[in-house]
Design a protein around this ligand. Structure first.
Ligand SMILES: *Cc1c(COP(=O)(O)O)cnc(C)c1O
Length: 391
């Protein structure tokens, strides 16, 4: 269907941070399937593990115990604040699961009361009806009304605007069952969460007995230089969702919760493909390799290197670059839209053999594979310099 405005380009081969198009032209990939190919393209170990898994067992059903799924759950819960995991196949599904969980939580403890879920303006939570209803960007919702009821929106990083919604509910004898929020807004324009805001938000949720669930679909699995985005904010959520980077390019999503939010009973929620042996092997391999190759250290060093390069570029091109945002390997250049725009820069980057993806209305986003090398960051910065010189 006519759902995408696609670039007239297709790729036939990938290796590490590089892609080759059908004419044989080589590109440095700062998109990584939109923050998804954590280990880069065609990683040798991931390939080996997945081929072995395919030879053994690909799909079974959640009617049975799945060893790979249990192993992955153990790995995830050992490395995070969560205690239980539900597996699905995408970010939207993970957030859909979170929304159902928050609703159940609210309906259980606030029986008979009208409950609301709070979400942020300029957020992005997915394209299913409920996740779209939680997405604070009217442009995505347009044409699909009526939205699912029960969401209210606050300004990201603005605690007064959250308090206002809690007070509003209190006054009308309504309850806030939970808050769904990204630790760093991705699609909305690479906007990092403010530490103090999240500390206050954590407090508000605890005081009001509302769940705090983080959408870590883009920020999770090492992207920020920490394993989980919430670690950069110094708080622990009651639960969080994962997808994009978790499978290293393979479809898997997850909702992870602490004991307090572990409230689904058999029959409440399910997924046919969710957590099948193949997808779990992909995720397990990504997690094992992040540890074995000390990839988080690389994300921090390469993130700093990228940031230093951006500072130099913004000094050299103050008419183009309005700001630098992000952390680790999720960074953005804020573009002065009265001079040029992210789409123009992305198109120019194709010529120079560099893949970029816009975010928000005025940001060029950088979410390369987590394994990107020092030399590849150097090449990336050189290409950017060339692009800006020719604008
Ligand atoms: C991409 C994204 C989603 C949606 O994930 P899909 O796998 O496309 O359904 C949800 N939340 C955030 C923060 C995302 O970046």
């Amino acid at each position: 269907m006519n759902t995408y405005t696609r670039f007239n380009i297709s790729f036939k081969k990938g290796e590490g941070c590089w892609l080759w198009d059908t004419r044989g032209k080589k590109y440095l990939d700062a998109v990584a399937g939109i923050a998804t190919c954590s280990l880069g393209h065609s990683d040798r170990i991931l390939r080996k593990k997945l081929v072995a898994q395919l030879k053994k067992l690909q799909h079974i059903s959640n009617l049975y115990k799945i060893e790979e799924q249990e192993e992955l759950s153990k790995y995830l819960t050992k490395q995070s604040c969560a205690e239980s995991v539900f597996f699905c196949n995408s970010g939207a599904e993970a957030n859909e699961s979170a929304i159902k969980l928050i609703k159940k939580f609210g309906n259980k403890i606030y029986t008979g009361k009208e409950t609301f879920i709070l979400a942020a303006e300029s957020s992005f939570h997915g394209r299913t009806l409920a996740t779209l209803s939680a997405t604070g960007q009217p442009k995505y919702q347009k044409g699909f009304e009526p939205m699912v009821k029960g969401f209210k929106f606050f300004k990201y990083n603005d605690i007064a605007s959250v308090k206002k919604l809690f007070d509003e509910c209190q006054k009308n004898d309504q309850k806030v069952s939970g808050v769904l929020i990204e630790p760093i807004q991705g699609e909305g324009g690479v906007i990092p969460g403010d530490k103090l805001f999240f500390k206050d938000l954590r407090k508000l949720c605890t005081q009001n007995n509302s769940l705090l669930i983080l959408d870590e679909v883009q920020s999770g699995v090492g992207r920020t230089g920490k394993m989980w985005g919430y670690e950069t904010l110094g708080i622990e959520p009651d639960g969080f969702t994962l997808a994009k980077g978790l499978g290293g390019g393979h479809a898997i999503g997850a909702l992870l919760v602490k004991e307090k939010a572990n409230i689904f009973s058999p029959g409440d929620h399910a997924s046919t493909f969710g957590g099948n042996p193949f997808a779990c092997r992909a995720a397990l391999t990504v997690l094992e390799e992040i540890t074995r190759r000390k990839i988080l250290n690389n994300v921090i060093s390469r993130g700093n290197q990228l940031n230093e390069g951006f500072i130099k570029l913004s000094d050299k091109f103050p008419n183009i670059i309005n700001g630098i945002r992000g952390i680790g390997l999720i960074q953005g250049l804020v573009i002065n839209n009265s001079y040029t725009d992210p789409k123009t820069i992305t198109l120019k980057a194709f010529d120079k053999g560099l893949l970029l993806v816009p975010a928000g209305g005025n940001v060029v986003r950088f979410v390369p594979p987590l394994i990107i090398s020092r030399n590849e960051i150097k090449i990336l910065l050189k290409k950017l310099n060339l692009i800006f010189e020719e604008l």
